[in-house]
Design a protein around this ligand. Structure first.
Ligand SMILES: NC(=O)c1ccc[n+]([C@@H]2O[C@H](COP(=O)([O-])OP(=O)(O)OC[C@H]3O[C@@H](n4cnc5c(N)ncnc54)[C@H](O)[C@@H]3O)[C@@H](O)[C@H]2O)c1
Length: 319
């Protein structure tokens, strides 16, 4: 049995990852400062003998080191999920991305060096690419010019990990996620629409004109892809993770949520094709490397949206 440390362990992706790792017989140490994650999201594991949760600020090396020391056995893998996942919040105050996204990576790497932990799996993002227009975005494209602090700090984290692999870290995987959806949702477009409609059941105000088109991956497929990549050979592996299609529009998502939650509501679109600073209206994401490695998602973007809308509405509206 391997011990897996998950940073940001009370967040959306982390909870789904912990469930899968525990189900296959591994042990999990989940660390989260609860800045966005919630303790009740890990409640389902609390009685599991191989699961431990600690409230820890992972940007603080001393706190992180103490938690690793107290783990009781050697940590074999770190899944670094801790980050600020609220892009507009980071635009308003760049210290949030510096501290929660970059500084956690910096501290995690130093803790791995000190504690001789051999494998890092990092949740990066398509946001590192910035706005590439109609270019097909593959893993080796450049120059990389992120257009949000969030993307900038993810890219800086990747650079720091690459340097660590040269200096001391035996293995690292970089997963560049698209938009990931499912439950337990902590943020994201579907989650926002459900909450807006709960507050005002007769109208749904959408940021931007609804033409933004993005790829969406269901979290079950994401976890599958991460576990698949982590089992491949290689010292430093970089993978775009996503569905094979070019995505769905915000309009389609708004209509799907409206039809599920409040069918009579009017949808009011904003101006322009960017919902917020750092929003990319359209990108063509290449997942060929992932496909060539032998992995395929079960759901395309539109199936993932339809399933996640139902899951999130059920969870948030308790219906
Ligand atoms: N969900 C997506 O669509 C998506 C897309 C691209 C990348 N990612 C990345 O995947 C990872 C998981 O995302 P998520 O959607 O589950 O977000 P999330 O916000 O649910 O999870 C992130 C967790 O990190 C925790 N955290 C933040 N700062 C911390 C700190 N200093 N110490 C300890 N914990 C801290 C938060 O409390 C939260 O629980 C993140 O790194 C995110 O940037 C997610």
């Amino acid at each position: 049995m391997d011990l897996h440390l998950i940073t940001g362990g009370a967040g959306f992706v982390a909870v789904n990852l912990a469930r899968r790792l525990l189900a296959r017989g591994d042990a999990v140490l989940a660390l989260d400062d609860l800045s966005r994650g919630r303790r009740e999201l890990v409640a389902e594991f609390e009685r599991h003998e191989h699961f431990t949760f600690r409230q820890v600020d992972c940007s603080n090396l001393d706190e992180l080191s103490t938690a690793i020391d107290e783990a009781g056995s050697q940590v074999a893998h770190v899944w670094h999920m801790a980050a600020n996942s609220d892009i507009p919040a980071g635009v308003a105050d760049p210290r949030i991305d510096r501290d929660r996204t970059f500084q956690t990576t910096f501290a995690v790497l130093e803790a791995m060096r000190r504690h001789q932990i051999p494998e890092l799996h990092f949740a990066s993002s398509s946001a590192i690419y910035g706005d590439m227009g109609d270019c097909e975005i593959h893993e080796d494209i450049g120059p990389l010019q992120p257009i949000s602090n969030y993307g900038a700090m993810k890219l800086a984290s990747e650079a720091q990990i690459r340097a660590a692999v040269e200096a001391f870290l035996p293995r690292a995987d970089i997963f560049r996620f698209p938009n990931v959806i499912g439950v337990p949702a902590t943020h994201g477009v579907i989650f926002d629409f459900v909450h807006k409609l709960r507050a005002t059941p007769d109208r749904l105000v959408v940021l931007g004109d609804g033409t933004q088109q993005k790829a969406y991956l269901h979290v079950d497929d994401l976890i599958d892809a991460m576990l698949h990549v982590s089992g491949l050979d290689g010292r430093y592996k970089v993978f775009n993770i996503g569905p094979k299609d070019e995505g769905v529009t915000v309009r389609m998502i708004a209509e799907t949520v409206r039809n599920r939650v409040s069918p009579g509501a009017e949808i009011v679109f904003g101006q322009g094709n960017r919902g917020w600073v750092g929003d990319v209206p359209r990108f063509r994401y290449s997942t060929r490397r992932l496909a060539d490695s032998g992995w395929a998602p079960r759901l395309d973007s539109s199936q993932a949206v339809m399933r996640a809308v139902d899951e999130i509405a059920r969870a948030e509206l308790k219906d």
